[in-house]
Design a protein around this ligand. Sequence first.
Ligand code: GLA
Length: 720
Amino acid sequence: MVARPRTGDREKGNTVTTTDEVVRIDAGGWGLTWVADGDGVLRQVGLGTDGHRAELAFAAQWYPTAYPTWGGGDPYRPAALRVTHADGTLTTRLLLDSVERTAEADGEHVRVILRDDDVDLSVEIHSRTHPESTVLEQWVEIVHHEDGPVRLHDYHSIAPFLMVPEAAEVHQFVGGGWADEWRWTTCDLPPGTTDLASYGGLQPHLQMAPCLLVSPTGRTTETEGDVIGLSIAWGGNTHFGLDVRPRAEPDSPRELRLRAGANPAGAEYVLDPGARFTTPTVAWTWSSGGRGEVTTAMHRWTRARVLRDPDRMRPLVVNNWEATFFDFDERRIVDLIGRAADLGADLFLLDDGWFGTTRPRDDDTTSLGDWDPDPAKLPGGLGPLADAAAERDVRFGIWVEPEMVNPISDLHARHPEWVLRDRRQPRLHRHQLALDPLLPEVRAFVVEVVDRTLGAHPRISYVKWDANRPITDPGSRALAPDRQANVWVDHALATWQVMAEVARRHPEVELMLCASGGGRTDHGTLRYFHEVWTSDNTDPVTRVRMHWAFGHFFPAAVMAAHVTRWGDRPLAFACAVALSGRFGFDLDLAALTDDEAATCRRAVQVARRTQDLVQQGDLVRLVSPVEGADRSRAAWAHTAVDGRRAVLFAFQVEEPTGAGPNLRLEGLDPGSDYRVTAVDLASPDAPTTTRHTGAALGGAGLPWPLDQACTARLFEIEVL
Ligand code: GLA
């Protein structure tokens, strides 16, 4: 195909603007080709491993539109963009205007500008490549100069088109809500439109992680098959729309239009002339070598473009929440700090219940908003606790939930008008209401809560930022009556503004992102944080499966995992599972038996030897607990980038069904000898050590070591 001569080329700095009608996006091993047809409509000519090299096989007009709009050439399917224009016009027809390409240090930014052929509205499709990881970031920006505001009903960030066989499938993560995050579900793609959506605005990912794996050519494994991994980097409601249409011809593959972005349900956005609407970024990658490659891509990109301080080792945390809940005083916390120090923790995290001056926060019914220490529990404030931690060389962290207020609080008495609501009395959820971050005074208050807490005690170097209710009664005083539905998008953006400011003011403070557990687990919000409280469900049996799913998109450094009593499992098993994430404890250390204390001490020793691999190594999944006939066990490894060390985790989650598979760890140096130390945290005996070549570990492998439910073995592997 011959491109039109570049008559309109302009160069400014490292940005080149062209009027080419061929747009190739090379994401590093896969990509896209878009071509404008004779009318100027942008068509998707290629997508996939050779997608950026695609050539036209027939006239461009027969290819699917690259970004379908309502009332365009495809009236049978939901559109990516649906707008009611200022004069009431319901249709949008976009034609290619120009393309801007800007070289960046670690990729390229391509801006494809489309304009409506009749009204003054333009849509920019942005693509940022990151060839080192092969993750492509895409989003859309909408601007118009119509005679009045327009209404955006649907505004997806991407809408690729694929031909898929009946065997195509997806892995999605819709769960039951609180304590049921990252539930792995495999589904095929039935004809019709399937919506995978989250709601609730404030902690949407409790119901569904904003991530999806698509196997467009059929079943895949860790190392085989085509897999598309997608992550919607959005702190609000998200949506994947899978629109599948069979074709009349026998044995023909089906058509799949995949839309991803913010969930527009109930969130139609009123956009004023001259204002710019930016959709969330969708980060996606295409591997032809199975799911393992998707994970490697997502982890590399997360570390390079998302995560704060990716090379900083995360601390070993002791949290008091499950040990004390609201029932503590200075003496009890100082005692726990001492025990945390004895155990070898890096950081003590004081959870909910430390504040409330007029009313003590003895349960969750009062005092959110009154961020001064409770004088009854902590007569000396936080100072003596921070001091006690410093004396024992343990860092001190604190829990806050700064976006929330209990109606029974001084803050609510002073500012009842700060609450997010419509005309009705808002419903309570966990006895609390959400503050409205669209109000500048609320944004200032939230930033100030963190400032004040940290400023008064410079030794506080870690914050757990929680948010324990959804939005039930959407509405904002900051918005005019005709644009109340803007609140869903604007709430997410205003919250990011506040989080960005906190991160800017406290660059050294580590931030944990929590929302009733993993209610805010997305690559957008993570930009301001160091880690995520994966789930309040810390039952190690459930956690093995959560870690498995979570690890497909986020590195283990992000995945906080604490040893607790949930599920009443053997402590050695709970420790082993937590060691596969950012390790910590949330246990009453004063109530441990001698045997349990010894198990915890052994786990800390293992953490010291292995957390660098877990947090910064490459994840290799070996045995799945969520697929296949035998889901009773799981295994995965974290290997050093240079292949000289690894830690391999094996979990017998439930009673074994049949013989376990050998554990084959590829990626080590085949010619080197490795020492393999098998650690059983339940046993006080010294671990056993064997010697294997890298070739043997990747070939025959290690025999499956476990035969009882809720047992674990760790293999520390090191080149000799
Ligand atoms: C949420 C969090 C918990 C804990 C409590 C405190 O549920 O997920 O870890 O911090 O709040 O109220």
